[in-house]
Structures are given as C-alpha cells and as structure tokens.
Design a protein around this ligand. Structure first.
Ligand SMILES: Cc1ncc(COP(=O)(O)O)c(C=O)c1O
Length: 397
C-alpha cells in the first residue's frame, strides 16, 4: 500500500508557498513527480498551478488542480499542440525546429493573440551540477533544451519565455552557478524585450532540511529584476519528499548460497523503479505491532497507531536480501539487517515513496498493484484506490 500523509504534503506546500511569496515568483507543481490528484484539494491553494510533461498531464492539471498550466515536452505532435493551445498558459518547446514547425499554428490561436497563451523555449546552459548522468540534462549530446550553438541563427520571434531544468536534488549554490552559465550563454536573449518569463524548472531541494531558502529567494529576486522577467519554479520532489511510504508484506523467506532472501509483495522494478535506475537505497523499517513507539527513534514519513518501527541497518546479524515478486533476476531492493529474523507476514515500510514512485509504477508480470491510501489530518486512513484484475487487463488492449 502507498500511504500518503496529507499533513506532510501540506507542510511541504506551506514551505514552498512561503518561499514563493518571499521571492515574488510563481510556483507550479511538477505532476511528473507527484500526481496523486485526490490530494490536490488539500494543497492546491499553496500553488499557482501545475507543470505538465505533455497533453495528458496538462488535462489532469485542468481537471483536478486548476490555475496556471505550463507544458513542456521534448517533442510535440501536431494534434497535441492543437489541443494544448486550447487551455495551457505556457507552452514551452524543446528546440528551435519544434518552434518553427508549430509557430504558424500557434500564431493563429486566439488565446495566443490575446496573450493568454505564451510560448517559451527550453535552453541548455551546458553546466552540469550533478553527478548522476541519467539525471543530468546538461550531459554532452543532451536531447533536452537548445544549446547556444543551436540557436545561433534561430528566429525566436513569438517566443516570450526561456525554460531551464538542470538540477536534481540540489541546493541554491547549484542554481547560482547555473544562472551564471545561463547568463554567459543566453544573456542576450534573456535581456531582449520580448522575453517576459524565465522558468527555472525543478530539482530545487527547497523542503529538505538545510536547504538555503534565503539564497534561493535572493537569486530569484536578483534575476527577475535584472532581466525584468517573471520567474517560475516547478518543483516535484520538494513538494512530495517525506510525505509517503510503501508498505510491504513478507511473502517468503529462504536461504540461497549463504544469502537470506525475503520475497515481498512489492517490487523494485514495478513499484519503485528509481531504486534500480538511479540507483538508490531507500530506508526500510520493520513494523512491530502492539508496541509502544520509541519516541527518540527516527520513524518513517507516515506512521500508524499501535505500531513501532525499527530502522534496518546496512550490516548486522540478520541480513536479508529484499526482493520483489517479478521474474526479473535483478528485482532486488538491497541487503538490509533487521533486529530479528524476518518471517512470513512481517510488514516492512519503505520510506519516502510518494515522489517518482506512484507516477512510474507498472503492472509488469501482472503483479498485484499496491493500493493507495491517504492519512488525513485527524489520523484516519482512507483507501482511495484498490486495483483489480480488470485494471491490468484493460492496459493491454
Ligand atoms: C522540466 C522539468 N521540470 C520540473 C521537474 C521536477 O523536478 P524535481 O522533481 O526534481 O523538482 C522535472 C523533473 O525531471 C523536469 O524535467
């Protein structure tokens, strides 16, 4: 079960809203990171709208969030552009070629002529600040955003915004050096009177303890004033970090060549693919029922009454290799040491599982999909979605 805390979501959203207000910028939720729309009524007041990766996310934003909708996709098709022009407010293109292809179509739209729809271009400042290539849009040969060289003879008439997204789980110092690279390569475009907005993308770890929010506020204010642009931030992870968990059941435990294996009813590849892609190692807690919670011990993002939580260690006497129920040999979450041997029926809690999990899940192998539940502010738990065989069947034809 994915269990999401409304209180934790509101805590993050409040921090983001306060940063937005202090910086005088605009704030939109990146649906690619978190799109559990039944939570939207609880947080939408803190955002100006959503950013969408294409038509379907934009439709979800219109139907369930409201407010401003900014769309960006590495490539649009004609039918998609036609539909998006009908209701989004920012339509950002990835290359001068895409803009050239759709410029006339967009120019005919009454919403574009009235200024209700503005178009932007994603640019690549070619300044890498991260260390994980799969999450670095500035790698050499990147397909994300136009480089200064690609824009040399480009006709940008009709473009009124620039969009960058280069950060991933980073601080304001990474944004500062990125803005310097942006200025060095695209300062002339940014300074031109036709440019009215700068979208600084996501990847700002704003709600993480230790993030220097004052630094971000200063950078946003300085940039907005220098180029006379409206600045937009579109966080995904920062909105949903530490707001949810994935609860799993131990289905089998056995020995294999000296390794103690625990097969769970959740899968790395189907339910938390970033564990394999990024890769990263989530924190795992063993649930003890009918136990007094240990107040000093750190717990997962969402806890339930009558349970205590023991954080699994990297090494120790009771190491288990946690694996999923799919056929993928590498469907392994990792080796974790527990305070006691695991047995069938034990419950494990994977921490921090709201962002980039639920949006990426698959039904590979027809594995039973985790249900989705909300923990409301008064502590009550409401299951908002349970998956059935028919949900699996209807995805395939
Ligand atoms: C264009 C764009 N905007 C915003 C985001 C959200 O980033 P994050 O969830 O790291 O804040 C992403 C994430 O990949 C993105 O590609």
């Amino acid at each position: 079960m994915f269990l999401i805390s409304i209180k934790a979501l509101q805590r993050n959203a409040t921090i983001l809203r306060d940063v937005r207000d202090a910086a005088g910028c605009r704030l939109i939720l990146a649906l690619k990171g978190f799109a559990c729309w039944k939570t939207f009524p609880h947080i939408r007041g803190m955002f100006d709208g959503c950013c969408a990766s294409g038509l379907w996310e934009a439709m979800l934003a219109r139907e369930h969030f409201g407010g401003h909708i900014a769309a960006y996709s590495p490539a649009y098709g004609e039918a998609e552009v036609e539909k998006l022009c009908g209701f989004v407010h920012h339509l950002d293109f990835n290359s001068p070629g895409q803009w050239l292809r759709f410029r006339d179509l967009v120019a005919q739209q009454p919403r574009f002529r009235s200024g209700e729809l503005q178009c932007g271009l994603r640019v690549n400042p070619e300044h890498s600040t991260g260390s994980t290539p799969i999450y670095d849009p500035c790698v050499t040969g990147s397909r994300l955003g136009a480089t200064a060289a690609q824009l040399e003879d480009a006709n940008l008439e009709g473009i009124s915004g620039l969009h960058i997204h280069t950060l991933c789980e980073q601080g304001a110092d990474a944004l500062e050096s990125t803005l310097e690279a942006l200025e060095a390569r695209f300062g002339n475009i940014l300074s031109s009177p036709g440019i009215r907005y700068l979208n600084m993308g996501g990847g700002h770890w704003i709600t993480k303890p230790g993030y220097d929010r004052e630094h971000l506020v200063r950078l946003v204010r300085e940039t907005a004033a220098k180029y006379d642009v409206e600045v937009w931030l579109e966080p995904g992870e920062a909105a949903a970090i530490h707001t949810g968990v994935l609860r799993a059941n131990v289905m089998d435990v056995f020995e294999s060549a000296g390794h103690r294996i625990a097969i769970l009813d959740v899968s790395a590849t189907a339910h938390m693919p970033d564990v394999l892609e990024m890769p990263y190692r989530p924190d795992v807690f063993l649930v003890e029922k009918n136990a007094e919670p240990e107040s000093a011990a750190p717990g997962p993002a969402v806890t339930l009454p009558g349970e205590s939580y023991q954080l699994a260690a990297g090494s120790g006497p009771h190491v288990h290799r946690l694996g999923g129920p799919t056929c993928l040999a590498g469907d392994v979450i990792g080796d974790y040491a527990f305070p006691r041997p695991l047995t069938v029926g034990d419950i494990l809690v994977f921490d921090d599982m709201s962002h980039y999990t639920m949006v990426k899940t698959t039904m590979f192998n027809g594995v039973r999909h985790p249900s989705i539940a909300l923990q409301h502010e008064d502590g009550t738990v409401e299951t908002i979605r349970e998956f059935r065989y028919e949900d699996f069947e209807c995805r395939l034809s």
